[in-house]
Design a protein around this ligand. Structure first.
Ligand code: NAP
Length: 338
């Protein structure tokens, strides 16, 4: 069996270019005991992959040059030498940007295609949904009547943050790029207010949208959005620092004055809690609750999700660039093969 792979060819400077990726077709090895042959059906594209393309020190090792790009996948078992899995089973794997893979059965999780659409295991019921759940409830701790602000708000993390905030009785204010996304925040995801960060008067609009200030700022983007949020923070506000996507393609420091001393003063005088996290640290304490709560909320309509599905593995690099610059609309998935 052959696999077509997308590998990291060069470490990008700024936005990843086509030449930073290379396509290769390889012969897969024979299955060993306990292994399965997988056909990838969906590949998840996530902002963290930009970090893995870089050699900079981070919470996870970089992808080696010449290696397959990493990524979560939903796959079908084609052949099995493991008792726990049979051909036709659908599993969650981490087989990366390729069409087929050999995996140890103990490293994949069997999915129930009757329980939920299989693609949701990479989005609202998977890592991004859990990121929202863990980060918001563990660090943000929204209380009834409080105001929660989140950007990248139509994405899989942000949309779940706003909707969970509302379930907990808080007021959800979403920030997104452009009028269509802002409309979806109100009409589709039930946010209380939506603000377009691309609008020239974004800072004023945000201030109008939070008349009682901000109690939880779920940080997904950094940059201009974070600069607009910080003057509006209330005493004892909590900031789960989840991501800084506006900076992922940056090649230098942002323009303008150094804002760190002013922000440190705010942390002191407003007794702010600013805490970074990587979602898997909450698996021991929160994952079982997530797997109970999230399907229930989807079932009763209190959480909705949107997927942006791109056909064909060869289109993954362009879809990845699009996501980093906001040209996606919902959880980005690549449909691989049929
Ligand atoms: N800490 C963790 O464990 C963890 C786990 C998963 C994800 N994350 C982080 O969570 C964040 C959201 O991830 P996601 O998967 O839900 O991504 P996503 O929302 O599907 O895609 C990224 C979005 O970021 C927004 N964006 C890009 N540049 C921006 C800018 N300059 N200013 C404002 N917004 C900008 C765009 O939305 P608009 O068009 O609306 O601007 C874009 O659609 C990312 O920072 C990611 O790294 C962290």
């Amino acid at each position: 069996m052959e696999s077509t792979q997308i590998r990291l060819a060069a470490r990008p400077e700024g936005e990843p270019k086509d030449t930073d990726f290379a396509v290769a077709t390889v012969e897969l090895p024979e299955l060993g005991d306990g292994q399965v042959l997988l056909r990838v059906r969906y590949l998840s594209l996530d902002p963290y992959m930009r970090g893995r393309m870089s050699a900079a020190k981070s919470y996870a090792a970089p992808v080696e040059l010449g290696s397959v790009m990493v990524g979560g996948t939903v796959c079908e078992v084609v052949e099995s030498r493991a008792d726990s899995l049979a051909p036709g089973d659908v599993v969650l794997s981490f087989s990366g940007w390729q069409t087929h893979a050999v995996a140890d059965a103990r490293h994949v999780r069997k999915l129930d295609p009757e329980a939920a659409p299989i693609s949701t295991a990479l989005g609202v019921l998977g890592m991004p949904g859990f990121t929202a759940y863990g980060g918001l409830l563990e660090i943000g701790r929204p209380q009834p009547g409080e105001t929660v602000v989140v950007a990248a708000a139509t994405g899989p993390v942000g949309s779940a943050v706003g909707q969970i905030a509302r379930i907990k009785g808080a007021r959800a204010v979403g920030i997104a790029g452009g009028p269509d996304k802002c409309r979806a925040l109100l009409d589709e995801f039930g946010f209380d207010a939506a603000v377009d960060h691309r609008a020239p008067d974004f800072e004023e609009r945000l201030a109008e949208a939070v008349p009682d200030g901000i109690d939880v700022y779920f940080e997904n983007v950094g940059g201009r959005v974070a600069d607009a949020v910080t003057p509006l923070l209330n005493r004892f506000a909590r900031i789960p620092v989840c991501g800084l996507v506006s900076l992922y393609n940056a090649t230098g420091l942002p323009a303008g004055p150094d804002r760190l001393p002013g922000f440190m003063r705010q942390i002191l005088t407003l007794s702010l809690t600013v805490r970074g996290f990587i979602q898997d640290e909450f698996i021991p304490t929160r994952h079982a609750d997530f797997l109970r709560d999230m399907p229930g909320w989807i079932g009763d309509g209190s959480v909705r999700y949107r997927e942006d599905v791109v056909a064909g593995l060869e289109n993954a690099p362009e879809a990845f660039r699009a996501m980093l610059s906001g040209r996606n609309f919902g959880k980005v998935l690549v449909r691989v093969g049929d």
